[in-house]
Design a protein around this ligand. Structure first.
Ligand SMILES: Nc1ncnc2c1ncn2[C@@H]1O[C@H](COP(=O)(O)OP(=O)(O)O)[C@@H](O)[C@H]1O
Ligand SMILES: O=P(O)(O)O[C@H]1O[C@H](CO)[C@@H](O[C@H]2O[C@H](CO)[C@@H](O)[C@H](O)[C@H]2O)[C@H](O)[C@H]1O
Length: 466
């Protein structure tokens, strides 16, 4: 029998959002997960609001979905503002913040229903984090929010929450080293691959991905928004990026781990190909694929002038793929990870590799992220990552990235029987597409890192000896 709890709640009035407006304008752009940096905020509109703990109590708790209206470019008037991305916020309201919550401060409210209260990022607070886990445990429906879980899984009570400290595109809470709840920040309606793919892999019995234990969604105007996923926490796991840097700093080889990562990637790809449809990419689909790569390159060249000298060489990488397609070559496409790099791979203390974060590149539209793609895209992501690691440590270790890249491809071939290097044109095109993405990503988020993908761009743009 279902133990689901349904609770209608008072809907907080738009006056709540109006009173938070000046605070959010200042606080949001400082959040790592806020995607609209650099464009002035013109205002906010409420997509949904749910009171999770009543404001009258010592601690008020609001779940908000807020659309941010931003000017298209700085310098244009407020009139040019367009409704932009929708963000998930969990806002706590207290009379005063205890010192331990100081880093979570959003600000002091001066008017409206919360006048005189201090509002803060409630994920940092144990009680609000408990409210979320309890709702998942009891499969609660609260206003538009649906909390659910795998019926076969039990969620214990009394797990002590703590907010994740990693620099993330989203936000996570770890519960007693047993579960991790990832709350998506920028949310869109539709099936989210961060839940869809791990669920599909769990059904296939793939042991390389933590199976979702619970999930949070919102039903709004006939559309469903995935807002969060709860999964087992891999206690004591280290991510591939940390491990690679550690080995590099000691001058150690990472080939054996790279090979194991190649095998893990191949296991995930094989299970995804079994679970979800695959398609053959013929000339029309390859036109779209190459067209997308070329468009992204042109946009990147406009955004990052340092790319300009390399543009002709990079274009020719994509033309080479188009030429093969014109000669009648076809490739298989399937669902893939979509944003694979060393930071998305966790090694548990037993030495097993796990892949996490199936959201895809957050900046791309959902429909595009859910399209079948050549596995070369994920493989290229990992190859780029070995290169990133090698360039992040001074002095470098000569040949370190090449050894890892070769070992990773060999590991992949051990499972699938197909070495990615036997498709050099496809692989190079994907590596180029990824390096171009990274140039834009670094220019926007971490300008000091720009030389890392630029060095790859230089290599990839150089004429090929045939
Ligand atoms: N199942 C897990 N077990 C242990 N740590 C995890 C798990 N899932 C995620 N993490 C940690 O949380 C971080 C962020 O998770 P991720 O899914 O990559 O979120 P984001 O989309 O915000 O980047 C990871 O880098 C990892 O350190
Ligand atoms: O936040 P996500 O993990 O979804 O991914 C974004 O941020 C990554 C950086 O944190 C970025 O990855 C790039 O830097 C990594 C080292 O920090 C490196 O291992 C990757 O190969 C490189 O692409 C990723 O591209 C971006 O989508």
């Amino acid at each position: 029998m279902s133990d689901a709890v349904t609770r209608p709640v008072p809907t907080p009035s738009p006056a709540l959002l109006a009173s938070l407006d000046p605070l959010l304008r200042e606080w949001l752009p400082r959040q790592r997960w806020f995607a609209g940096k650099g464009r002035p905020i013109a205002g906010f509109s409420l997509v949904a609001a749910t009171e999770l703990l009543p404001a009258g109590g010592k601690l008020g708790l609001y779940h908000l979905l807020v659309r941010v209206h931003q000017q298209l470019t700085p310098g244009h008037g407020a009139a040019s503002a367009v409704p932009g991305d929708c963000y998930q916020l969990l806002i706590g309201a207290r009379e005063a913040l205890p010192p331990r919550l100081a880093p979570a401060l959003i600000g002091h409210v001066t008017d409206g229903p919360l006048a005189g209260r201090t509002v803060y990022e409630a994920l940092y607070d144990a009680r609000p984090a408990d409210v979320l886990l309890e709702a998942l445990r009891t499969r609660a429906s609260i206003g538009a929010l649906r909390f659910d879980r795998d019926e076969g899984e039990d969620i214990r009570t009394g797990l002590v929450p703590r907010v994740g400290t990693a620099e993330q595109s989203n936000s996570s809470v770890v519960y007693g080293d047993t579960f991790i709840l990832k709350l998506l920040r920028r949310v869109v309606p539709g099936v989210n691959p961060d839940l869809e793919l791990p669920l599909a892999l769990a059904r296939e019995g793939c042991p390389r991905v933590p199976p979702p234990t619970g999930w949070l969604s919102a039903e709004l105007a006939g559309e469903s928004y995935v807002l969060g996923v709860l999964q087992p926490y891999l206690q004591g796991a280290a991510d591939g990026w940390e491990l690679a840097l550690r080995e590099l700093a000691k001058g150690e080889d990472f080939g054996a781990e790279a090979r194991a990562l190649g095998r893990a990637t191949a296991e995930v790809h094989t299970a995804l190909a079994r679970a979800l449809p695959t398609v053959t990419l013929g000339p029309p689909q390859l036109d779209v694929l190459v067209g997308g790569m070329t468009e992204r390159l042109e946009a990147a060249v406009r955004a990052v002038p340092a790319l300009r000298p390399y543009a002709p060489g990079l274009r020719s990488v994509f033309t080479a793929l188009a030429d093969l397609a014109a000669e009648g070559c076809t490739w298989t496409a399937q669902r893939i990870h979509g944003d694979l790099h060393l930071g998305q791979c966790l090694r548990s203390p037993s030495g097993q590799w796990w892949l996490i974060d199936f959201e895809g590149e957050p900046a791309r539209p959902l429909a595009e992220r859910r399209m079948p793609q050549p596995v070369a895209r994920d493989i290229a992501g990992m190859l780029r990552s070995f290169d990133y690691a090698a360039h992040s440590v001074k002095p470098g270790v000569p040949g370190w990235a090449d050894t890892c890249r070769a070992a990773y491809c060999s590991g992949y071939a051990e499972v699938t029987g197909r070495d990615p290097r036997t498709d050099p044109v496809l692989l190079r095109a994907h590596e180029t597409d990824k390096a171009v993405y990274e140039v834009v990503y670094e220019a926007r988020h971490r300008p000091d890192w720009l030389p890392v993908p630029l060095s790859a761009v230089r290599r990839l743009a150089a004429p090929q000896l045939t």
